[in-house]
Write a new protein. Structure first.
Lengths: 211, 211
DNA sequence: GATCTATGTTACCGATCGGTACGTCACCTG
DNA sequence: CAGGTGACGTACCGATCGGTAACATAGATC
């Protein structure tokens, strides 16, 4: 389950003003989170040991295990944070101009395409985690499935706002395309198939709007 | 590099007729290959230890290391075999009716869609391996990149045979779709986005043929 | 200052990792 | 039968895996 662990700044009564907890409350757990995020995304979860994480974070192992019950739960926490951030960024991009969903999707796609062309692009950390942990009972896999399901729902809603006759089918078609960008981006690099994603998305949207 | 290791049947001089090597030459190496193929695909390469492989194959570790120089090379061999088989199946499907490339692609897609809907579908082992081994110097990753590059070339050639004005762009768009099926198939299972892949492929092909 | 709590550190655990030294056994050749 | 040739198995290697016990230390509260 891995309920969030930090946030102990708020439990002492808010009397003294200057600095309630200041030193400790942020250090270990948050540094571990940041290190895990970097290392897990770039190298994969299974490839990174807890020793490497704590060493990268400048802390020691017991500090990790006081904030996270296990490596699996740390991985789940990593996926939860990354997934929520990703969904929030997607929402924010779409919300920037609510009257033009198609144009805003294009904005998001331009960013995705740019990222996918960078060397050492590693695709979607959520998808990668599902590849690394096929067992559906695994904590990391459960978070990955949850995030992906919510992203799929957003694409269906977006397709509806664009006026698709079958929004769920357009949403799914777009999701196929995006997952293709994640995979082929890390496989082929800059000149890879991801270069055509915007044209392809346009074609699929047109297909679902006309007629 | 991992040059194939078996094939020692041919080196004794062909004098005696009945059975030159008979007992040993197939057993250990091939059993290991089959076990590795099953276990690597279903659980992932990193998740499977050499002990599990040899135990599943009913042999012992030294037998593995006599036929394969390392686990990494065994993984590369697994990817090489699976990739070649996959490319050959693709070619065979297309060759079954050379005058109708679009129809034959649809045949291949129907099969892909059916596989992707089965429970415990694990996507494309080649893509999965690239996710597990981001290091481009890794033997498994090199094989994965090679296979994917050849598949991409086939899709471009197929798009050309279908009469696309920009075959490389249609081929890449289709590849995005297929990689999306691999990923979303194992993420969402039977009712997932892969259900729309045929309609989406049709829309993309139409887009590249008309005008 | 005494105490409590939360965080940090040293040193260690058993299990498992990929990999190997070495002996055994079956079989073919002389 | 003597000896060579491979394939196979027993038993083991050091390294690393995820995880923990025991102790030190610093800050807040009384």
């Amino acid at each position: 389950m891995a309920k969030r662990v930090e946030a102990k700044a708020s439990l002492p009564s808010p009397r003294k003003s200057p600095r309630p907890p200041k030193r400790a409350p942020k250090r270990a757990a948050e540094r571990i989170r940041e290190s895990a995020r970097d290392l897990f995304y770039r190298q994969g979860i299974r490839a990174v040991g807890v020793d490497e994480i704590v060493s990268h974070a400048g802390v020691t192992k017991p500090s990790l295990y006081r904030s996270f019950p296990s490596k699996d739960e740390l991985a789940a926490d990593y996926l939860r944070h990354m997934g929520e951030d990703g969904l929030a960024r997607f929402d924010a991009t779409l919300a920037a101009n609510p009257s033009d969903p198609r144009g805003q999707l294009r904005v998001w796609l331009v960013q995705l395409q740019a990222k996918s062309a960078k060397r050492d692009y590693r695709g979607c950390g959520t998808t990668n985690a599902a590849v690394e942990y096929p067992d559906r009972k695994h904590p990391a896999r459960k978070v990955a499935s949850d995030i992906k399901g919510r992203f799929r729902a957003r694409l269906t809603a977006l397709a509806a706002r664009m006026g698709a006759r079958k929004p769920d089918r357009l949403g799914d078609a777009l999701l196929l395309l995006f997952e293709g960008v994640y995979a082929s981006g890390q496989l082929f690099g800059a000149g890879g198939p991801a270069r055509v994603v915007i044209e392809a998305a346009d074609a699929l949207i047109d297909h679902h709007l006309k007629r």
